[in-house]
Ligand binder design. Structure first.
Ligand code: ATP
Length: 753
């Protein structure tokens, strides 16, 4: 007997009502926790004055409650999104899955809601009909604000084994609903619909280098960010002190992904571009493609080492120095010996300088002593003379001329501004043309490709920071002793603690206090990491990793000496001339073949109709590469339209308007060659926030409801990896795509006609 549609509807309504009841309880619990955290925070903030210890304690409590409050408010949307019902003989009971864990304190801390990252939540992502892991039913709960608007059930028995199993999708209905949602210009999290192949990567061990290779739209960025959240939850102890770094290709991309981690309740991750990894700089200056490629070559490490050596000079043949009406001499031999000794120390330039200076001061002191009558002087007199020689301005100027104290900025600036310096440092490593591309006589802004060079120079030059380090260590010792003192006093002398303080004291048992201290140092760690070039991270995640050059990798590997890294990317999308052709080639200098590869194969973004066009381009890039399989069709065929170049600016606004209404509140991107960006931006200037105009390289990692690709032939011609760029452009759309052709037809697009 078949069930009538009305009966089904009733059952569905009943289920929704049932889940609404439970979800309402959860929100009530969330509200109570918020009120409690807010009350404690207010109480803490109201307290003023008191002993220094009391102030320290208040700071700690303030940070604790502020953090808790921001975590509790970050989970407001979609607090609970799943439910698992297990088979009768299974140990687990019905479990609700959500963005954070909530417990019933009055019932022995029974879990009311399980954090998606907890091991018990795993079957929600992994269970299949063929391998149900004890799960009878998986339910996706869809909500709008606090209202449950629907449930999607999957019964995991073998009769359902063939449904959605060709791509191995879990929670297909919920997944498709998520994918069809309009794009807002900001990436959203995917906690409710993580797929099994993604889950395995998110929860993989943090040890060693994990490479995640996947075509466009396979969720690499989503996986990378959820992995950061998962690692912080699961390995918090190890990761709090050193922090997690997520590197993205440019600031547009970082803005696009910026909300994902906060929506998962994690704020302790440093998001940065390579251009932001040199403290004090946000290097975003322009650079030509040729210069960027040359600056990224591994041989630049030798060029820079030579540039520093070139700054360690000896006189030709002698240097005369006026010292207290006498003339002292520094000859070539003495200086060469001092230089050799300093270089042999293998210390960086600014630290080895001490050896060089000391040897020259010895030589000059001997000369000065001889002139004053050596026989009449005792050791103490000689010491005094040495001090005078060392303090003399002429001596200092002469020595500085031979072995100056240097900063990375000065060396790089002066190297690029001087053809002779460039020629000497480059030797045979760079051709005449290469050097001309690097030559830049005017004060240019630092570009992202200068940052790894500055970082390399900072290593070669070193910094004499002995005093600063001693001071920092002293302050840290003091802070620690101070914090321990707070606890001692609280424990030993309860009388001095008034009632309100005690309430704050409630939460400051030794364990919590220690943890808090650790978390505090993590917070300052994230800030300190941003300011400290020598900071090393607990885990480093790199998105669009295929774009990094050899010099970028050198910088990142210095930030990750434990090689605990997740690198996500797609070698078929490499646009940068210095970027990766294969992962093995990139990684072998650092970890030989000790890296693991995981692949993602399903495209969640681009509909099958658009992917059919993109796949033809991919075949032209390299017939051996396979495009990922699209998870859905939209029934919409991408279109191609020929427009005369002179008509482009007149025609484009109309085409964009048509797309805007077709995507009904969604986003439209006009992707074009860099040369057309200014003109097209001006033409479309009034189109509002939902329309963006950008060169293809800027669109890497982003997505839009509709994409208009303008002048594909020029996109291809513009770069040595133009076909890769075309592939990137054709895989940015979630719903619609059109090509506006102004010149020759690119062969792979012929079938669109
Ligand atoms: N399991 C999932 N559930 C819901 N949405 C998903 C899932 N996996 C990926 N998506 C969505 O698919 C789109 C593409 O994901 P993402 O940007 O992470 O892919 P990518 O592999 O980094 O792509 P590209 O290489 O083109 O930058 C995003 O909108 C993302 O939210």
């Amino acid at each position: 007997m078949s069930v009538s549609p009305d009966r089904e509807l009733d059952a569905l309504e009943q289920d929704v009502a049932l889940e609404q009841q439970y979800v309402t309880t959860l929100y009530r619990k969330l509200d109570t926790e918020r009120v409690d955290a807010q009350r404690r925070l207010d109480e803490t903030l109201r307290l003023t004055g008191g002993t220094p210890q009391a102030r320290t304690e208040r700071d700690v409590a303030t940070t604790l409650y502020t953090d808790r409050l921001s975590q509790l408010s970050s989970v407001e949307q979609g607090l609970c999104f799943g439910r698992l019902d297990f088979l009768p003989d299974h140990a687990e009971e019905t479990t609700y899955i959500g963005r954070l864990g909530l417990f019933d304190e009055d019932d022995d801390y029974r879990p009311l809601l399980v954090d998606w990252r907890a091991p018990v939540a795993r079957p929600f992502y992994l269970a299949t009909a063929a391998s149900p892991e004890g799960v009878r039913r998986r339910r996706h709960i869809r909500s709008l604000s606090r209202k449950v608007v629907g449930v999607d059930d999957e019964i995991l028995d073998l009769s359902a084994a063939d449904q959605g199993q060709d791509l191995g999708l879990a929670g297909e209905a919920a997944l498709l609903a998520a994918l069809e949602r309009r794009r807002t210009g900001e990436m959203s999290d995917i906690v409710a619909t993580i797929q099994a192949e993604q889950d395995r990567i998110i929860r993989a061990s943090p040890n060693g280098v994990l490479v995640v290779q996947g075509g466009p739209g396979t969720g690499k960025t989503a996986v990378a960010l959820h992995r950061a959240a998962y690692l912080l939850y699961t390995h918090r102890q190890q990761l709090t002190t050193r922090g997690v770094l997520v590197v993205g290709p440019n600031s547009t991309f970082l803005r696009y992904i910026g909300q994902v981690l906060p929506s998962l309740g994690e704020t302790g991750v440093l998001l940065a571009t390579i251009g932001q990894l040199y403290p004090g700089l946000d290097a975003a200056g322009p650079v030509t493609r040729e210069a960027a490629e040359i600056k990224g070559r591994p041989v630049m490490a030798d060029v820079l080492a030579n540039a520093v050596r070139d700054r360690q000079r000896v006189p030709e043949p002698v240097l005369e120095i006026e010292f207290e009406r006498e003339i002292l001499m520094l000859d070539r031999k003495t200086c060469t010996e001092a230089r050799t000794r300093a270089r042999r120390s293998r210390r960086p330039h600014n630290l080895a300088r001490r050896i060089f200076v000391s040897d020259l001061l010895d030589a000059l002191t001997r000369q000065a002593a001889r002139k004053l009558g050596e026989d009449l002087l005792d050791a103490r007199d000689v010491q005094d003379i040495r001090a005078e020689v060392a303090a003399d301005k002429n001596v200092a100027a002469a020595i500085n001329g031979l072995w100056p104290k240097l900063t990375p900025e000065i060396v790089l600036d002066e190297l690029f501004a001087d053809r002779e310096r460039l020629r000497s440092a480059a030797g045979k490593a760079l051709s005449d043309t290469d050097r001309e591309h690097l030559y830049s006589p005017t004060d240019a802004k630092w570009s992202p490709s200068d940052v790894p060079l500055l970082d390399e120079l900072a290593e070669l030059l070193g910094e004499d920071d002995t005093d600063a380090r001693a001071e920092a260590a002293r302050r840290e010792r003091e802070d620690r002793a101070y914090a321990e003192g707070v606890l001692d006093i609280l424990e030993q002398d309860e009388e001095i603690v008034d009632e309100e303080l005690l309430r704050v004291g409630d939460v400051l048992d030794a364990e919590l206090f220690a943890e808090r201290q650790q978390r505090r140092s993590e917070m300052t760690a994230a800030q300190r990491a941003a300011q400290d070039r020598t900071w090393t991270f607990g885990h480093v995640i790199v998105d669009e990793a295929q774009e990094l050059t050899a010099m970028d990798w050198r910088l990142l590997m210095r930030r990750s000496p434990n090689r605990s890294m997740t690198l996500v990317g797609d070698v078929a999308q490499t646009g940068a001339a210095g970027g990766a052709k294969s992962w093995g080639e990139v990684l072998s200098p650092y970890v030989a073949d000790r890296w693991r590869l995981e692949e993602l194969t399903v495209n969640y973004r681009t509909p099958a109709e658009i992917m059919a066009v993109a796949s033809r381009v991919l075949a032209d890039v390299n017939p051996e590469l396979e495009a990922p399989v699209s998870v859905r069709e939209t029934g919409f065929e991408p279109w191609l339209r020929a427009v005369a170049p002179a008509e482009l600016t007149a025609e484009l606004p109309g085409l964009v308007d048509a797309e805007l209404s077709a995507v009904d509140g969604g986003t439209v991107a006009v992707l074009c060659p860099s040369s057309l960006v200014p003109a097209l931006s001006e033409t479309l200037g009034e189109s509002g926030d939902r329309v963006s105009v950008m060169p293809v390289e800027r669109a890497k990692g982003l997505e839009f409801d509709s994409v208009l690709l303008v002048a594909p032939d020029e996109v291809v011609a513009e770069s040595p990896r133009g076909l890769n760029d075309l592939y990137v452009a054709l895989t940015r759309a979630t719903r619609r795509m059109g090509v506006v052709q102004t010149g020759d037809l690119v062969p792979a697009l012929r079938l669109m006609d």
